[in-house]
Design a protein around this ligand. Structure first.
Ligand SMILES: Cc1cc2nc3c(=O)[nH]c(=O)nc-3n(C[C@H](O)[C@H](O)[C@H](O)COP(=O)(O)OP(=O)(O)OC[C@H]3O[C@@H](n4cnc5c(N)ncnc54)[C@H](O)[C@@H]3O)c2cc1C
Length: 399
C-alpha cells in the first residue's frame, strides 16, 4: 500500500510573493518585536498596545477575507509570518498565533455569518483579542474524552460550568472559543464549540500562570461558574465540536511548525555570531572543528525541517475541511511539527553549548530561546500524541 496522498505535495521553494511576505515579516519582527522581547520575558507581560502594533502593520486576520477586515491571505502565508515572528520574539508569535490562527481562523472556518460579522472585524483591527479554550485540568492529551466542562441548555442560552487551563491569552482575551460537553451520554459526539465573551458574568481568570519560557505570552486558568452563553454563539453544529477541534488541531500544528524553523534559524545566527567573535587559545572558536561541526549540524537540521514544513504547509493550505482530522493531512501535520520542534530543541541546546557560560546567563537571547524551545514539543498535542497519530496512519496504510 502506498502512503502517498492525492493532494498536491506543494512547493519546496518559496515563490517571489511568498519570499517577499517572509522578508517583510522578518523586517517587522526584527525592528518592532525583537526590541520588546527582553522586557516581555522579564515582566511576564505583553505590552498593552501589542495588538495595535500587529494591526497597524497588517498582521491581524491574515487568513480572514477582506470583507471581514482581514488580509485575505492563506495558511501558507500565515505560516511564513509565524516563522518570522518566532525567529525574533517567540512570545509575541504565540500570543498572535493563539489569536489569529487558533481563534480567528477557527471561527472563520466553522462559524455562521452572524458570528463572523460580530467578531472577525474586531479581531482584524485589534479591538477584540481571542483565545482558544480546550485543555482542562483533568483533560490534556485526552482533551475530548476527559472533558468535564458542561454547557446545559436553558431556553436560548447555554449555562457553562467548568475550567480550562494553560490557555494562551487567557488573562487578556475578550473572547474565548471554548469547548464544552452538551450531551453527556454521547462522548466525543456530545461536544460543542462556543464563542464566549469574557465580560460575561460567571467567567473568571482563576490564575495567571508563571512559565519557564514564552513568558511574555500570558497564560491562564479560566473558570466558568453558571456562565450564560447565547445559543447564537455556537460555532459549527450543536454536538459537532469534535470536527472543529480535529480540523483546527491539524491547522494549528502545521501553522506552528514554521515557528520552530524560525527559532532554530535565530539560534544558528546567534551561534555563528558568537563562534566567529569569541576567541579562545588565540583563535575564534569556530576554528575548532568541534564547534564548526555543531554549526554544520544545526544548519542541516534547519534546512531539512524547513523543506518538510513548507511541503506540508502547502499541502494543508490546499486542503478543505473534509481532508483534515484524518488520513495524510492528520499524519503529515503531526509529523512536520514533531520533526521541526525536536530539531529546534536540539539546535537550541547546541547553541547554548556554543555560547559556553554566556549561554547560561538569563538575559542572553540564546538563553531565552533555549527556555522557549520546549513548549512546542508539548502544546498542540505532545510529541508522544503526534507519534501515535503517525503510527496509526502507517498501520492503516501499510499494515
Ligand atoms: C504554555 C502553554 C500554552 C498552551 N496554550 C493552550 C491554549 O491556548 N489552549 C488550549 O486549549 N491548550 C493550551 N495548552 C495545553 C496543551 O495543549 C497541553 O498542555 C497538551 O495538550 C498536553 O496536555 P497535558 O499538559 O495535560 O499533558 P498530559 O496529557 O497530562 O501528558 C503528560 C505526558 O503523558 C503523555 N501521554 C498522555 N497520553 C498519552 C498517550 N495516549 N500515549 C503516550 N503518551 C501519552 C504525554 O505525551 C506527556 O508526555 C497550552 C500548554 C502550555 C504549556
Amino acid at each position: 500500500m502506498s502512503t502517498t496522498t492525492t493532494l498536491t505535495p506543494g512547493a519546496f521553494e518559496l515563490n517571489d510573493v511568498q519570499q517577499q511576505i517572509l522578508n517583510e515579516a522578518e523586517r517587522f519582527s526584527r525592528e518592532q518585536l525583537l526590541p520588546l522581547a527582553q522586557k516581555m520575558d522579564d515582566t511576564e507581560e505583553c505590552p498593552d498596545d501589542l495588538f495595535d502594533l500587529f494591526a497597524r502593520h497588517g498582521y491581524l486576520g491574515i487568513t480572514i477575507p477582506e470583507e471581514y477586515g482581514g488580509q485575505g491571505l492563506g495558511l501558507f502565508e500565515q505560516g511564513l509570518i509565524c516563522q518570522a515572528m518566532g525567529k525574533y520574539n517567540a512570545s509575541a508569535m504565540l500570543t498572535w498565533g493563539a489569536h489569529d490562527n487558533l481563534c480567528a481562523n477557527n471561527i472563520y472556518r466553522n462559524a455562521n455569518d452572524d458570528i463572523k460579522q460580530r467578531y472577525l472585524p474586531g479581531m482584524c483591527n485589534g479591538s477584540i483579542i481571542g483565545a482558544l479554550g480546550l485543555t482542562e485540568p483533568g483533560a490534556g492529551s485526552d482533551a475530548l474524552g476527559s472533558m468535564a466542562t458542561t454547557a446545559v441548555q436553558d431556553g436560548d442560552e447555554y449555562i457553562l460550568n467548568g475550567a480550562k487551563t494553560y490557555i494562551t491569552n487567557g488573562p487578556i482575551a475578550d473572547i474565548v472559543l471554548v469547548y464544552a460537553k452538551t450531551d453527556l451520554a454521547a462522548g466525543h459526539r456530545g461536544i460543542t464549540a462556543f464563542v464566549l465573551e469574557t465580560d460575561t458574568p460567571g467567567f473568571a481568570v482563576a490564575q495567571k500562570l508563571s512559565k519557564m519560557g514564552y513568558r511574555g505570552s500570558p497564560t491562564a486558568e479560566l473558570v466558568f461558574d453558571d456562565c450564560r452563553v447565547p445559543a447564537a454563539n455556537i460555532v459549527g453544529e450543536l454536538n459537532g465540536g469534535v470536527g472543529v477541534v480535529m480540523s483546527g488541531l491539524d491547522v494549528e500544528r502545521i501553522f506552528l511548525a514554521p515557528a520552530a524553523v524560525g527559532m532554530a534559524e535565530r539560534c544558528l545566527e546567534l551561534s555563528m555570531e558568537h563562534a566567529t567573535t569569541r576567541k579562545q587559545f588565540d583563535k575564534p572558536i569556530i576554528d575548532f572543528q568541534a564547534i564548526e561541526f555543531k554549526l554544520a549540524d544545526m544548519w542541516i537540521g534547519v534546512e531539512l525541517a524547513k523543506a518538510y514544513t513548507y511541503r506540508i504547509l502547502a499541502m494543508c493550505a490546499e486542503a478543505d475541511e473534509s481532508d483534515a482530522g484524518h488520513g495524510a493531512i492528520h499524519a503529515h501535520s503531526a509529523a512536520a511539527i514533531l520533526y521541526a520542534t525536536k530539531m529546534m530543541r536540539e539546535v537550541a541546546d547546541e547553541s547554548v553549548q556554543v555560547h559556553g557560560g554566556a549561554g547560561y546567563m538569563w538575559e542572553m537571547e540564546i538563553n531565552r530561546l533555549y527556555r522557549d524551545a520546549k513548549l512546542l514539543e508539548i502544546g498542540a498535542g505532545t510529541q508522544e500524541v503526534r507519534r501515535g497519530i503517525v503510527g496509526k496512519y502507517l498501520r492503516g496504510t501499510m499494515g
